[in-house]
Design a protein around this ligand. Structure first.
Ligand code: GLN
Length: 549
């Protein structure tokens, strides 16, 4: 069946962490700059059915889309680099593919036939890719893992068949490999690339374009050598040079002629690329006038991949403020009464990010207290908002031992609690959850509307009465305590349209103190920095010289 859509498959070889996700996102950006519409899908070889329950230590951040899907963090790159609207059809794992096939088998859809990897699993994979056919001009599909892994074989077989099904002008294979520089030899080495391509060809896929990750631009001679051994055109050997700033990747690819080659091979007509916005962005990021240091007080401090979107959103917040943003990760477990001031004394703003589990909670509460008392800008995201509420309840409203029932089931003042029943504005239905709800299946997930009160930090930032932000949490503010906390000076600046759910809190008598129940970092983009991050960085910049005095 012919579609008006072209498909590009991106695979990776030699080793992981070469930046396949970023490369896919950058290709998306380049195609969009030529006026084409794109979407990007990630196919992950692991068996987990629900990426939402995966450990951030092992797997990095869980990215949440508007429709409430919990996905691989590469989808965050895709959204930051392109205008693609992503959702549940943009990320499939091996586990989900098998789950669906097994369910079909149980239902009797295969009429008792033998169910096999080929064709049943591969058909399921191809169908998941085809969900995007005719929705955009180009569908980019990133295959997770590295060529040679046992796990990715069904995906590779499916994309091999895909070209045979769709025709050769509509399908392109791009392979990302490593071309290391060996200092003792004083030259770059092409052997790992040759082997990786050989491996790919042995499963029937001849790459059309090679992206060679390396620390220097490859010479014509090296490109010729790779071309000869790997059977790709010399102009299809693209240097994927290391960059200082990830937003430089589209420009490096363009300089190497990647977008032109893609257009030519896929035989699509498009206008010349408009890359000025990327050039301007890079200029701003590379040469800012100011500098600010933000302390992130959390649990996954050794693995900054866990806060990928957060880090990016903070950098974005620096752009309109003409400021570089330095991030300091502080392990909340290490913060105690006696050293709190010493640890936090050097930062210009304090951010407590989202999180699960009780480890480090006391340190986070101390950090919120320090920020409130010393008038240091504070930004609490999800758990960071809940922490700020607990701190305020205990130390300002006099509700001693107030806590979130996530951490203390016996607290006399459960200011944050597990709401048993709530009316879901989004679906117009009653939702239920309790401590027995399935892990990963009982959260408030995805985009929810929120009404913003005038004359608040939130309103100053958004300049809108109603906003939509993405959620990922189980616990909520307990409105039973709203009046009491309001009397003590806490402002409730954002609530759900029916007023039942508290979405934003702030402290008025402070330069900038705001907590939100949602995750604004998921919606920040380099070209459109999120208003809350922009204002948090602004306040931190204003605080910085005061601190120095
Ligand atoms: N653990 C808290 C909850 O489930 C906060 C979650 C988060 O920060 N994403 O409500």
């Amino acid at each position: 069946m012919a579609f008006n859509t072209k498909f590009i498959f991106i695979t990776g070889g030699v080793l992981s962490s070469l930046g396949k996700g970023l490369a896919s996102a950058a290709i998306g950006a380049l195609l969009e700059s030529r006026g084409l519409t794109v979407t990007i899908q990630k196919l992950d070889p692991y068996i987990n059915v629900d990426p939402g329950t995966m450990n951030p230590f092992q797997h990095g951040e869980v990215f949440v889309t508007d429709d409430g899907s919990e996905t691989d963090l590469d989808l965050g790159h895709y959204e930051r680099f392109t205008n693609a609207k992503l959702g549940k059809n943009n990320n499939f794992t091996t586990g989900q593919i098998y789950y669906s096939v097994i369910n079909k088998e149980r239902r009797g859809d295969y009429l008792g036939g033998t169910v096999q990897v080929i064709p049943h699993i591969t058909d399921e994979i191809k169908n998941s890719i085809l969900l995007h056919a005719d929705t955009v001009d180009v569908v980019l599909v990133e295959i997770g893992g590295t060529i040679g892994d046992i796990e990715s074989l069904p995906f590779l077989e499916a994309i091999r068949q895909f070209k045979a099904d769709q025709g050769k002008n509509d399908v392109l294979y791009i392979h990302l490999t490593l071309v290391p520089y060996i200092s003792t030899a004083g030259e770059v080495k092409t052997k790992p690339t040759q082997h990786s391509v050989k491996e790919l060809r042995s499963i029937g896929i001849q790459p059309d374009i090679l992206l060679c990750r390396t620390d220097r631009f490859l010479s014509k001679d090296i490109k010729k050598k790779i071309s000869l051994f790997c059977n790709v055109g010399v102009d299809a050997v693209i240097t994927a040079k290391d960059v200082e700033c990830i937003y430089e990747v589209p420009l490096v690819f363009h300089k190497e002629g990647l977008d032109k080659k893609i257009i030519e091979l896929l035989n699509i007509w498009s206008r010349a690329p408009r890359l000025e916005p990327w050039e301007e962005l890079l200029q701003k990021l590379k040469d800012p006038e100011n500098s600010v240091t933000i302390g992130i007080v959390g649990k996954y401090v050794d693995l900054t991949e866990s806060y990928k979107s957060l880090n990016e959103a903070l950098y974005h917040g620096g752009i309109p403020n003409n400021s570089r943003v330095n991030l300091v990760f502080i392990d909340s477990d290490k913060i105690g009464e006696s050293n709190c001031g010493k640890i936090l004394g050097d930062v210009d703003g304090i951010l407590v990010p989202g999180g699960f589990g009780s480890r480090g909670t006391d340190g986070k509460i101390l950090a919120a207290k320090y920020a409130r008392e010393n008038k240091v800008p504070y930004f609490g995201i999800c758990l960071g908002m809940q922490i700020a509420v607990v701190e305020f309840a205990r130390n300002v409203a006099g509700l001693s031992d107030a806590h979130s029932s996530e951490f203390n089931k016996e607290t006399p003042y459960p200011v944050i609690y597990l709401m048993r029943e709530w009316y879901d504005d989004k679906t117009g239905t009653m939702q239920k959850r309790d401590i027995h709800s399935e892990k990963g299946g009982s959260m408030r997930l995805g985009a929810y509307p929120c009404k913003v009160e005038k004359d608040t930090f939130a309103y100053t930032a958004y300049q809108k009465d109603e906003i939509s932000e993405r959620h990922r949490h189980r616990y909520e503010f307990n409105t039973q305590f709203r009046e009491k906390l309001e009397e003590s000076g806490l402002t409730f600046s954002g609530v759900s349209p029916n007023g039942e759910l508290v979405e934003i809190i702030e402290i008025k008598d402070h330069p900038w103190f705001l907590g939100c129940q949602f995750h604004p970092e998921f919606k920040s983009r380099p070209m459109a920095p999120h208003p809350l991050f922009k204002d948090f960085i602004k306040a931190s910049l204003e605080y910085s010289p005061k601190k120095a005095k």
